[in-house]
Structure formats: structure tokens, C-alpha cells
Write a protein that binds this ligand. Structure first.
Ligand code: GDP
Length: 473
């Protein structure tokens, strides 16, 4: 036993070491956010910054670069062959062409794999610098899909009631007129008519699309707006029914007539939950180690009070997917493992540097209650304001003899403009404020790039450091 003891210890230590290395050598990073929040721009920039890190990229806050330990980053064959490939090359082609354009936005799930080769900060022996490789898989998916998590805890009758409440908002109600009209003509007790259901589902989808263009973001079911590969599939051909209609036609949704329209709707709702929502969580979400959630606070301010409030509500729903302890829906499906979460207010190049802290405060005020819960569940969170593809330069301008911070960029048509973006509120102003004042953070054209094709940014290096530094030690 005298000899056995030390050997055993060494073996144990070795095992530990190997295990630690295996873990450290792979990170599954997911990027999400509601439509238009900036996912495509963010991932394009992230890949660009990493690939160009040792050339012309500006990443002073990314420790592995600052310490000159980064050897190189390459794109690699992606692991999941059934996913689309994140269209990095297309995005760069659009950004670098003569009249540069923003890349096409996220429509479904896609992936890109990078191999990051670096020198370890502390080798096994201090005389030897060891090289290591970190495999980074980045997955892009629509935040709308996360709005479906609470559906898993509802049956069709409950979901219908929930939707009815939402549809009672006067603006939403007006947009739903064609849907309501078609729904009123449907006999729920009649024999299931697939075509009729499809037509009404299309009107319901159109209602969601119209809501979206009116600045609403809590749009659900999530796949109706962004169906991905399910476009046109019958699993998406359902919709909520109203309480009045159920009463008039004497339908009990928990016990509908056999083969009736009501039964078909109920089955499809169930199918959507078990065959669409659950698989996303079971097959993809559960593999994510780290998550970035992008939030476009500025566009919501542009669109006004109702849009801002709706974004707030949508975020509350979306955050449910990261509150493991309390939302035992996920715990029932699997053990989630995300350990770091970044909330980033995107497009921070629309405001002057002195307003950046206000933007972070505004974001934090939106996340307040949900975020506390997440911290409680042991996930490390960070909130920040970023610009993935910085399209403005900041400077000073003169207004009424005073020197004030301004931005210079190009408007959507590509002409040079100077902006006085003004102040960002630290929290959402009350309804009175909006009657007198409006926000205007205009859309900008992407920047004209230098010969090296490195994307200018704001704080992408800090995000990279938060997400990856501990895996690149
Ligand atoms: P997605 O739907 O989440 O993939 O959003 P995108 O990445 O396609 O971004 C939507 C739009 O937001 C883009 O077309 C740009 O107009 C704008 N945008 C995104 N990131 C930035 C940024 O860093 N700066 C500026 N000025 N605009 C941005």
C-alpha cells in the first residue's frame, strides 16, 4: 500500500487533467434575439474579428490577443450536417461590394465552426509553451422560437384563452379583423376540413406579420413568423379560437367531437408542441454552453411606447428559457447547461459615446426581474452595449454656439449625414413623455471597409473576452 498510494494519486490527477482539457477544448456558443436585433451582423463580426485577430482587428480587451497568445483562427467543417451553414462569405461579400449592403437577416437555425489555436498561459512546465486548440461552434437561431417555451405548459384550450387576451389589445384586435371574420365562419363541430384550417391559419399568420410591421415583438407561435424548414407544413395550420365561438357552437375543447375541426386544431397544437417546440430544446438548446441575447432597444424607442412595452413583454417570455430553477419545464425535458449569458443592446453606434452607459442601464431596466432570477440559478450574466458593425464615427459638432457630441455616418441611401442623436433614457419613459417627444435613431448604411476587410465595432472584444477568456487560458 505504501507504493500504491502515490501512483493512484498520479493516475487520478492525470484523469482529471485530461477531462479538464476535453471540456476546455470545445464551446457551443449560441446567438439569439428577436427579428432584426442584429444576429447576422453579430456573428459575421465575431467570425471576422477572430479570423483577423492577428492582422488588423482591434481587440485590445480580448486577453488572448493582448497577451500575444493567439496563433490563428480558421473556419472548419461544421459538425451538424443538417443545419444550414452560417452564410459568412455571403455576408462579407455584401459588406465589401462597391455599394455595401447589410447581410440578409436570420431566418432559421444555422451554424459555423471555428478552430482557435493559441498558446496556453500556463503550461505544464514553465519552460515550455504549450499550444492548444479550442473548437468554437456558433449557432444562430431566431429568438421568436424561445417565445414558444411557455406553450409546453398549456393545452389548446388554455392557449386559446391566452391568445384571446392578447387579441383584446385594440391595435392587435384591428389587425386581426380578417382572421376573426374567417374564424366566425368555421363550424368547429363539422368534419375536419384541412383546406379551411389552412386558409384561416394563413390569415392568422398574416395577422402576426402585420403585428410585426407595426412594431410588436411578442408574436406567437414563433414558427408562424419564422417557419424555417416547416414553411407550408400542416403542423403550422392551427390558430386560437374564441370563447364566444366555443359557447355558441357548444364545443368543449377538452372533449371535442371525433374528427371535427375542433379536434384537428387540438391535435395540431399538440403536435406543434411535441414535434416542433420540444425537439428544438432537446436537440439543440440543451447543447449550448454559452449564450448571447441581442436586444434592439433603440429601434423599440423609435417605434414608440406600445412597441417598447411589447418588447419588454417578449423579453420576459424569452428569458423563461434561461431560468432553469424556476421554469421546471426545461428541467423536465433535460438538464440545461448554459453557464454564461450576455445581454447586449445592439447597434450602439447609433448613439454618442457619452450615452453608452445609459443604453446599458435601459437594457438592464428591461431585464431587471428576469435577470435576478437567472443570477439566482447560478448563470453568470453580463449586460453591455455593442455595435457588431460600426457604421458611424463620433466627434464634436456645434449647435447654437455650443460644442456637442455628434455622429457621422451614411444614411440608407448612402449619403453622408451628421447626427445629433441626443439622450438615451435610463429606463422606459412613462406614457405622458411619448405624447410630446419621439426618438429617432435612423438606419445607417454599413461602413466603407478598409483594404483588409476588417469590420469596425464597439466592444466586440469585451464580449469575446467574457465568453471565451476562461477557455483560452
Ligand atoms: P437579425 O434579424 O437578428 O439577423 O438582424 P440583422 O443582423 O440582419 O440586423 C438587422 C439590421 O439591423 C441590419 O440590416 C442593419 O440595418 C442593422 N444593424 C445590425 N447591426 C448593426 C450595427 O452594429 N450597427 C448598425 N448601424 N446597424 C446594425
Amino acid at each position: 500500500s505504501f507504493f500504491k498510494h502515490p501512483t493512484m494519486q498520479i493516475t487520478k490527477q492525470k484523469l482529471k487533467l485530461t477531462a479538464a482539457r476535453l471540456v476546455n477544448h470545445h464551446v457551443n456558443l449560441a446567438v439569439t434575439g428577436l427579428s432584426g436585433s442584429g444576429k447576422t451582423a453579430f456573428i459575421t463580426s465575431l467570425v471576422n474579428q477572430l479570423i483577423e485577430a492577428n492582422e488588423a482587428a482591434q481587440l485590445p480587451f480580448f486577453s488572448v490577443v493582448r497577451e500575444s497568445r493567439l496563433i490563428g483562427v480558421k473556419r472548419d467543417v461544421q459538425p451538424n450536417l443538417t443545419f444550414s451553414r452560417f452564410a459568412y462569405e455571403d455576408a462579407m461579400a455584401k459588406l465589401t461590394q462597391t455599394s455595401s449592403q447589410w447581410p440578409s437577416s436570420t431566418k432559421g437555425i444555422s451554424q459555423v465552426r471555428l478552430k482557435i489555436k493559441y498558446k496556453k498561459s500556463r503550461g505544464l512546465s514553465k519552460y515550455l509553451t504549450e499550444e492548444a486548440t479550442l473548437t468554437l461552434d456558433i449557432t444562430d437561431y431566431p429568438g421568436e422560437w424561445l417565445l414558444d417555451l411557455p406553450l409546453l405548459d398549456m393545452d389548446y384550450a388554455q392557449w386559446s384563452r391566452h391568445c384571446e387576451e392578447e387579441l383584446s389589445d385594440p391595435k392587435r384586435n384591428a389587425l386581426a379583423k380578417p382572421f376573426f371574420a374567417a374564424l366566425a365562419d368555421l363550424d368547429l363541430n363539422a368534419k375536419g376540413d384541412e383546406l379551411a384550417l389552412q386558409n384561416i391559419a394563413e390569415l392568422y399568420t398574416q395577422y402576426l406579420v402585420d403585428c410585426q410591421s407595426h412594431g410588436y415583438q411578442l408574436l406567437q407561435p414563433g414558427r408562424f413568423i419564422l417557419p424555417g424548414e416547416l414553411s407550408g407544413a400542416p403542423v403550422l395550420h392551427f390558430f386560437p379560437v374564441t370563447g364566444t365561438q366555443l359557447e355558441q357552437q357548444e364545443v368543449d375543447l377538452n372533449n371535442p367531437a371525433k374528427d371535427s375541426n375542433a379536434e384537428l386544431l387540438r391535435q395540431r397544437f399538440k403536435h406543434y408542441k411535441t414535434q416542433v417546440v420540444q425537439p428544438f430544446y432537446k436537440e439543440h438548446f440543451k447543447r449550448f454552453d454559452r449564450q448571447v441575447v441581442l436586444v434592439d432597444c433603440l429601434s423599440a424607442l423609435n417605434r414608440g411606447f406600445h412597441s417598447y412595452q411589447d418588447l419588454q413583454k417578449a423579453l420576459d417570455w424569452l428569458m423563461g428559457s434561461f431560468q432553469y430553477g424556476s421554469s421546471n419545464i426545461l428541467n423536465r425535458l433535460f438538464q440545461p447547461k448554459i453557464d454564461k449569458l450576455v445581454f447586449a443592446a445592439s447597434k450602439a453606434d447609433h448613439i454618442t459615446p457619452d450615452q453608452q452607459t445609459n443604453l446599458v442601464k435601459l437594457l438592464e431596466s428591461m431585464l431587471h426581474s428576469a435577470r435576478k432570477q437567472i443570477q439566482f440559478d447560478g448563470v453568470i450574466t453580463e449586460s453591455t452595449a455593442i455595435s457588431a458593425i460600426r457604421s458611424s464615427k463620433s466627434g464634436l459638432g456645434q449647435l447654437n454656439g455650443e460644442s456637442i457630441p455628434v455622429l457621422q455616418g451614411r444614411n440608407e441611401q448612402g449619403s453622408a449625414i451628421t447626427l445629433f442623436p441626443g439622450e438615451v433614457p435610463q429606463s422606459c419613459p412613462g406614457p405622458e413623455f411619448w405624447k410630446q417627444q419621439q426618438f429617432e435613431f435612423p438606419k445607417l448604411s454599413p461602413p466603407i471597409l478598409n483594404a483588409e476587410h476588417v469590420l469596425p465595432h464597439i466592444r466586440m472584444d469585451q464580449v469575446l473576452d467574457f465568453l471565451l477568456a476562461d477557455k483560452l487560458e
